[in-house]
Write a protein that binds this ligand. Sequence first.
Ligand SMILES: NC(=O)c1ccc[n+]([C@@H]2O[C@H](COP(=O)([O-])OP(=O)(O)OC[C@H]3O[C@@H](n4cnc5c(N)ncnc54)[C@H](OP(=O)(O)O)[C@@H]3O)[C@@H](O)[C@H]2O)c1
Length: 254
Amino acid sequence: MATTRFRRVWITGGSSGIGRALAQHYADAGARVLLSSRNAEKLEEAARKVGGAAYPLDVTDPGGIEQVAGEIWEREGPLDLAVLNAGAAFKRAGRDDTAENLKRHLEINLLGVAYALDALRPRMRAAGGGTIALVGSLAGYVGLPRTSGYGTSKAALAYYAEALWAELRRENIQLTLVSPGFVKTPMIAANEFPTPFLHTPARAALRIARGIERGVFEVAFPRRLAWPLRLLRALPASWRVALIAAGERRMGGR
Ligand SMILES: NC(=O)c1ccc[n+]([C@@H]2O[C@H](COP(=O)([O-])OP(=O)(O)OC[C@H]3O[C@@H](n4cnc5c(N)ncnc54)[C@H](OP(=O)(O)O)[C@@H]3O)[C@@H](O)[C@H]2O)c1
C-alpha cells in the first residue's frame, strides 16, 4: 500500500505515461491529485479515474500557467508537491538536427518547466515551503547522436535544477531532479533506437515517488543504465565523443 507525506499534488503531463502513473500512485496513497496537460478531454478522463481535478494548460504559455497556479491556490489551497513532468520528444523532419527542432524541445522541456517554477516559487515561499520535482532524462547525461534537440533540453534542465537547488532550499523548497531511462509510454512508441531496461510507467512512478519522498536531489534509474552513463560522462570529452561515435557505428548508424 502506497503512502505519502504529500496531501496536494500537481502533475503536469498527467494525462499520459509517467504522469498518469504518478497520478494513480499519489491517489492510491490518499493525496488530492491535480492534473494538467493540453488535451482537455483526455485530461478530464485521467483526472476522473483518480478522483482528482483537471486544470488544462499548455506549458509553453507562461500566462496560462500563472493563471492555473492562481486557480489551484484559490480553490485547493497551497500545493505540497508539484511534479513538472510534461515533456515531448520530436522526430527531426529531415536528415539534419535543425535549430527549429531544438527550439521546439527547449520551449516545452526547459522553458515549460521554468514558467511553472516562476508561478510556483513565490506561492510556495509565501506558504512556508514545498517540493518541486523536475522530470529530466538520462538522455541529458551525455551527447547522444540523433537526439541533440531532446538531449540538449534535458541536459539544460539538469543544469537548471543543480543551479537552483541551494537557493530554493533556503526558501524551504525541496527540488528533485528525476532522470529516468526508458519507460514504455506513447513518447517512445515510435522510437527507432534500442530501449534497454525498459520500465513500465507504474514501476517508474514508484521509483520516482520513493525518491521524491526521501527528498534526494536526483532520482536516476535504472541504475544499470545510469552508472555506465555517469562513467562515460566522467571521461575526457574527446574520449567520450570517440567512444559514442564508435558505439553508433557498431549499431549501424551513420
Ligand atoms: N518515456 C520515456 O522513456 C522517458 C524517458 C526519460 C524521460 N522521460 C520524460 O518523462 C516525461 C513524461 O514523458 P512520457 O514518456 O510519460 O510521455 P507521454 O506519455 O507522451 O506524456 C507526455 C505528457 O505531457 C503532456 N504535454 C506534452 N506537451 C505539453 C505541453 N506543451 N503543455 C502541457 N502538457 C504537455 C501530454 O499531454 P498533451 O499532449 O495532451 O498536452 C502528456 O500528458 C517527459 O518529460 C519525458 O521527457 C520519458
